[in-house]
Ligand binder design. Structure first.
Ligand SMILES: Nc1ncnc2c1ncn2[C@@H]1O[C@H](COP(=O)(O)OP(=O)(O)OP(=O)(O)O)[C@@H](O)[C@H]1O
Ligand SMILES: [Mg+2]
Length: 326
C-alpha cells in the first residue's frame, strides 16, 4: 500500500495535490468573500483565457491537450483505445470525437463538470448504454485489440471481460457467497469447491474476506455500505475481468469506507486496470495515474495525474482542478 489519506506523507496525494501559498488559504470566516473574489477573477480570466473551452462552447472542433506520455503509449501498454468516439441519445449528442488511451495496469480517472459525459463514456466501454432506447454511436472502442461495437460482439461476454461498479452499492438480495459467485454460476460452474475457492479469492482481492469469512451465508444486504461496495468489487473481479469500470464508487460512502475503497483501487489496478469516474478532485489525485478532463462531451486535457494537478497545459484545467471553474 503506497498511499493513505490519513498518512501525512502519502506518496501520490502529496505529490499530486498542489499546495497553495498560505496567504491564499482563507480562514473559515474569510472564505466566502475570498471565494467571491476568486470567482470574479476567474470570470475575467475566462474571457479569452480558456481557449479550448471557448472553442467547445462555440461548437468548433478543437485539439485537446494530450500529454506526450499518453500520446506515445505503445500498443502493449494500452489496454483500451477509445478512438474518435461519439454518442447520441436520440438527437442529443453527449460525446464528441473523444480519443483516450487507457494504460494497462494503471488507474485512469475521468473528471469534469456534471453532465459532461463521464458516465456515458464509461458505460460505453461495456456497452451498458445499449439498454437505453435511441442510443447511437460512431468511432470505435477496442479492448485488448477487440472491437466493443460492431457485428458479432458477444455483449454478455464483453461485460464479463469489463466489470462495472456503480455509485450506489447494489448487492443482490441473496447471501454474500451467492453474490460473489453469481457470474460463475451463470456461466454454468457448479463445482462447490471451485465456487468456494473463487469466492475466497475474489473476497480477498476485494479486501473483504477477513470481515465476512464466518458469515458467507448471511444476506449481503446486511453488510455496511462500504462492505457492500467491496462485495460489488468482489463480484466484478470473480470472473477475472480485463478491466474494471468504477462510476463514483465512493460517493455514497463515509470517509473511512472511502479510504478502504481507495486503497483497494491501488491494489487491484495492476491486475485489472481501472477506469474511474470521480467528482472528488482529491480522490482523482490520490488514486489515479492518469486523468482525463472532459467538458460538454469533449476531451479537454489528458495527462499524468501529477501533471494535471500540478502543472496542466491549459489554464481551464488548472482552474477546474482548483475549483475555480466549472
Ligand atoms: N439515459 C439518458 N437519456 C438521455 N440523455 C442522457 C441519458 N443519460 C445521460 N444523458 C445526457 O448525456 C449527457 C452526459 O450525461 P452523463 O450522465 O454521462 O454525465 P456525467 O458527466 O456522468 O454527469 P454527472 O457528473 O452528473 O454524473 C447529459 O447531457 C445527460 O443529460
Ligand atoms: Mg455520471
Amino acid at each position: 500500500m503506497q498511499s493513505n489519506i490519513l498518512d501525512p506523507t502519502p506518496s501520490r496525494m502529496s505529490d499530486a495535490i498542489p499546495t497553495r501559498p498560505a496567504a491564499s488559504q482563507p480562514s473559515a470566516d474569510q472564505a466566502a468573500p475570498t471565494r467571491r473574489v476568486a470567482l470574479r477573477d476567474s470570470a475575467k480570466a475566462e474571457a479569452g483565457r480558456y481557449r479550448i473551452i471557448e472553442a467547445i462552447r462555440s461548437g468548433q472542433r478543437h485539439e485537446p491537450a494530450v500529454h506526450a506520455e499518453l500520446a506515445n503509449l505503445t500498443d502493449a501498454e494500452t489496454i483500451a483505445k477509445i478512438d474518435d468516439f461519439q454518442l447520441w441519445y436520440g438527437k442529443n449528442q453527449a460525446i464528441h470525437h473523444v480519443n483516450i488511451n487507457v494504460a494497462r495496469g494503471k488507474v485512469t480517472a475521468l473528471i469534469g463538470p456534471s453532465g459532461c459525459g463521464k458516465s456515458t463514456l464509461l458505460r460505453s466501454v461495456n456497452r451498458l448504454n445499449d439498454l437505453i432506447d435511441g442510443v447511437r454511436v460512431a468511432g470505435s472502442i477496442t479492448i485488448n485489440g477487440r472491437q466493443v461495437f460492431g457485428p458479432g460482439v458477444d455483449v454478455i461476454n464483453l461485460r464479463k471481460r469489463v466489470g462495472m461498479v456503480f455509485q450506489k452499492p447494489n448487492p443482490f438480495p441473496m447471501s454474500i457467497f451467492d453474490n460473489v459467485v453469481y457470474r460463475l454460476r451463470i456461466d454454468g460452474e457448479r463445482s462447490k469447491s471451485t465456487l468456494e475457492a473463487a469466492s475466497e479469492k475474489a473476497l480477498r482481492g476485494a479486501a473483504l474476506w477477513e470481515e465476512v469469512k464466518d458469515r458467507l451465508k448471511d444476506s449481503a444486504v446486511g453488510l455496511s455500505g462500504g462492505q457492500q461496495q467491496r462485495l460489488c468489487i468482489a463480484r466484478a473481479i470473480v470472473a477475472d475481468p480485463e478491466m474494471l469500470l468504477l462510476d463514483e464508487p465512493c460517493s455514497a460512502l463515509d470517509p473511512i469506507a472511502t479510504l478502504r475503497i481507495e486503497e483497494l483501487i491501488h491494489e487491484i489496478a495492476e491486475r485489472y486496470t481501472v477506469l474511474i469516474v470521480t467528482h472528488n478532485m482529491q480522490q482523482a489525485a490520490r488514486v489515479s495515474d492518469y486523468t482525463a478532463f472532459m467538458y460538454l462531451g469533449r476531451l479537454v486535457e489528458f495527462g499524468p495525474t501529477k501533471l494535471i494537478f500540478q502543472s496542466p497545459q491549459l489554464p481551464e484545467t488548472e482552474d477546474y482542478v482548483m475549483g475555480r471553474f466549472g
